[in-house]
Design a binder for this molecule. Structure first.
Ligand SMILES: Cc1cc2nc3c(=O)[nH]c(=O)nc-3n(C[C@H](O)[C@H](O)[C@H](O)COP(=O)(O)O)c2cc1C
Length: 235
C-alpha cells in the first residue's frame, strides 16, 4: 500500500476539546467549544485559543480580554458537543446543559463548576491569521476540583476521564502507556512513594515498550529519573 498526499489542511490530532467560558462587560455569560487550543509557554504560563470572528463569544473576548479554559471530561462530552454546535445568540447553553457558572478570582468570565480544571486567562496578544484569530493569553490561576487531589495534594487528573477530540470524533483518553521520561528511566528509579502500585506498572510498561535489543542510555537516570511533582516539570 502506498501513501497519499492530501492538500494542506488541519490534521493535528488528537486535541483537547475545551469549553471556553466568557462574559461581556454587561455581565452576560456564554460558553463555546474550542479544539484549536494549545499550551504555548511555560513561564509565563500561556495558552492560545483560535476563534472565528463569527462566533457570538468572539466579541466578548475582544471586549474584556478575558476567558476561562475549562477542561472537559467524558461525562461532559454531550455538553461539549452541544456548546460547539449551538450559539449563545439563540440559546442559554448554561441552562440547556445544566452547567454551573462559578466566580473566579481574576477574571469576570465564569468558570464551569462541572469541569475538573479551570484556567483563568487574560489575553496578551491577538493575531488575525485568516479564518481564525488567535488569542494568546496568560494563565492567571488554575482551579482544580479537590475530588481529584489525594491527601498529599497531588493531582490525579487521570481520574477525571478527560475528553479528546480527533478527526471529528470524541474519545476518552484510553490506557496509560508510560510516564514522562519512562523511555530512558533506570529501572531502579521513577518509583513514586505515593503510588507504588502504579509506579510498578509503569516500570513494567517501560520494559514492554523498549524496542528489542535497545539499551537504556547511560546516565539517563540522572537526567530524567527525578520524582514527578505537580507543577515542577519544565518543558
Ligand atoms: C469539537 C468542536 C471544536 C470546535 N473548535 C472551535 C475552535 O477551535 N474555534 C472556533 O472558533 N470554533 C470552534 N468550534 C465551533 C464553535 O464552538 C461553535 O461555532 C459555537 O456554536 C460557537 O458558540 P457561540 O456562537 O455561542 O460563541 C468547535 C466546535 C466543536 C463541536
Amino acid at each position: 500500500m502506498g501513501r497519499q498526499v492530501w492538500k494542506p489542511g488541519n490534521m493535528l490530532y488528537p486535541l483537547p476539546a475545551v469549553l471556553v467560558s466568557v462574559a461581556d462587560r454587561a455581565g452576560n455569560l456564554n460558553l463555546f467549544t474550542v479544539a484549536w487550543t494549545g499550551t504555548v509557554c511555560s513561564d509565563p504560563p500561556m495558552v492560545s485559543i483560535s476563534v472565528r470572528p463569527e462566533r457570538y463569544s468572539y466579541h466578548m473576548i475582544e471586549e474584556t480580554g478575558e476567558f476561562v479554559v475549562n477542561l472537559t471530561t467524558e461525562s461532559l462530552a454531550y455538553a461539549t458537543d452541544y456548546c460547539g454546535v449551538r450559539s449563545g445568540r439563540d440559546t442559554d447553553k448554561w441552562r440547556e446543559m445544566n452547567l454551573t457558572p462559578l466566580k473566579g478570582e481574576h477574571v469576570q468570565a465564569p468558570m464551569v463548576a462541572e469541569s475538573p480544571v479551570n484556567l483563568e486567562c487574560r489575553v496578551t496578544q491577538q493575531l488575525k491569521l485568516g479564518t481564525h484569530t488567535m488569542f494568546l493569553a496568560e494563565v492567571l490561576a488554575v482551579h482544580v476540583d479537590e475530588r481529584y487531589l489525594d491527601a498529599g495534594g497531588r493531582l490525579h487528573l487521570k481520574e477525571a476521564g478527560l475528553l479528546v477530540y480527533s478527526h471529528g470524533r470524541y474519545f476518552g483518553i484510553g490506557k496509560e502507556q508510560g510516564t514522562f521520561g519512562y523511555s530512558v528511566r533506570n529501572s531502579a528509579g521513577g518509583k513514586r512513594p505515593t503510588d507504588n502500585k502504579r509506579s510498578a506498572g509503569n516500570k513494567q510498561l517501560a520494559e514492554n515498550k523498549r524496542p528489542a535489543g535497545s539499551k537504556r542510555p547511560a546516565g539517563s537516570q540522572k537526567k530524567y529519573g527525578r520524582k514527578e511533582t505537580t507543577g515542577k516539570r519544565r518543558r
